[in-house]
Write a protein that binds this ligand. Structure first.
Ligand SMILES: Nc1nc2c(ncn2[C@@H]2O[C@H](COP(=O)(O)OP(=O)(O)OP(=O)(O)O)[C@@H](O)[C@H]2O)c(=O)[nH]1
Ligand SMILES: [Mg+2]
Length: 314
């Protein structure tokens, strides 16, 4: 048993068939390579937010896939990058911590960006852990290159490290993703499920709501604004016919507050509307979203603020 994951008891009415397999698989890699897209594709639902901008995922996201033959608990992780703020240091720390106490590691690379040169810090780390933990190379975004360019990349990476498996995929299109799932299952230890079948994440409602709001901020704002922004869900109140969500959007400066609110409140309205629609779809009920933009200077540097946002390794 690994103490990092909370493991709610499996209902006694369900007995896993003989030969059932279960384990934890960490998805790691540079930022923007498609780790979260891959997790969502595997689960067939959105558990992790995605954006074309780097550094979207800020903490570990758990996604659980249960099949008749086994259960895979995926950890989506923040992309590994050079950290300049306490926020980013924690993100990278979390990603590194997710290499320990897992049953398998999937190193996700972007074939367009990483075909000729591996990310050295990740490569060196994985070389160290591979004696204890099987490492797969997952070559993502193969839809972006001609087919004949895939094999040379496989050959090159094979020279750099002895991967247990190398699986080219397109997380966006779903190409080879089922093969990846089947191959992962073969490597997991035999044992009972770690989560009740039917549970697809361990994240709570407030966290998921905050992430969906943040995703829209990443979508609609640019330059430094998304990076200086955090969402803190203050309260979720069930009023019967509607769920009322009070959320603060933190920025670091007045100028960023102005951008997020926009002329005549247009920007905040757009973010709020799109977020609300997705939250309603996720929870299957009507939602009223009360968004307040607040200046919280230097929150990215303040450990207590990062704790409050849940950006820390427990
Ligand atoms: N063409 C193509 N784009 C992809 C694929 N997978 C992901 N993307 C795109 O790549 C961008 C980044 O995807 P994410 O899933 O957010 O990447 P990530 O690795 O989780 O990024 P961080 O959380 O920032 O570390 C998004 O614009 C995705 O749509 C793929 O297979 N093909
Ligand atoms: Mg991500």
């Amino acid at each position: 048993m690994k103490k990092e994951v909370s493991r709610p008891p499996v209902p006694e009415t369900w007995t896993p068939p003989p030969g059932f397999r279960a384990g934890i698989v960490s998805l790691v890699g540079q930022t923007n390579v498609g780790k979260s897209t891959l997790l969502n594709r595997i689960l067939g639902r959105k558990v992790a937010i995605v954006s074309p901008k780097p550094q979207t995922t800020r903490t570990r996201i758990t996604g659980v896939l249960t099949r008749p033959e086994g259960q895979i608990v995926f950890w989506d992780t923040p992309g590994i990058h050079e950290p300049h703020f306490e926020l980013n240091k924690r993100m990278v720390q979390i990603a590194y911590a997710c290499l320990r106490n897992v049953d398998l590691i999937g190193w996700v690379i972007d074939i367009e960006r990483e075909a000729y040169r591996p990310h050295e810090p990740i490569l060196n780390l994985l070389r160290e852990v591979q004696a204890e933990t099987p490492v797969f190379l997952i070559i993502n975004k193969i839809d972006r290159v001609p087919k004949q360019e895939i094999l040379p990349v496989i050959d090159r990476y094979r020279q750099w490290m002895d991967f247990r498996e190398i699986v080219p995929v397109s997380a966006l299109r779903g190409t080879n993703v089922e093969d990846l799932v089947q191959t992962i299952l073969k490597y997991l230890p035999k044992g009972p499920p770690l989560f009740p079948p039917g549970q697809w994440t361990d994240a709570d409602e407030s966290f998921l709501i905050g992430e969906l709001i943040r995703e829209k901020i990443f979508h609609y704002t640019r330059q430094e604004v998304p990076y200086c922004t955090a969402v803190h869900v203050q309260q979720v109140e069930d009023k019967g016919h509607v769920l009322v969500v009070y959320a603060d959007v933190w920025v670091e400066k007045d100028s960023q507050k102005g951008i997020l609110i926009g002329q005549g409140g247009q920007m905040l309205k757009r973010i709020g509307t799109r977020a609300r629609q997705e939250i309603e779809a996720l929870l299957g009920r009507r939602v009223y979203l009360d968004l307040q933009v607040r200046v919280r200077e230097r929150w990215r540097q303040r450990p207590s603020d990062l704790d409050l946002l849940g950006i820390r390794w427990e």
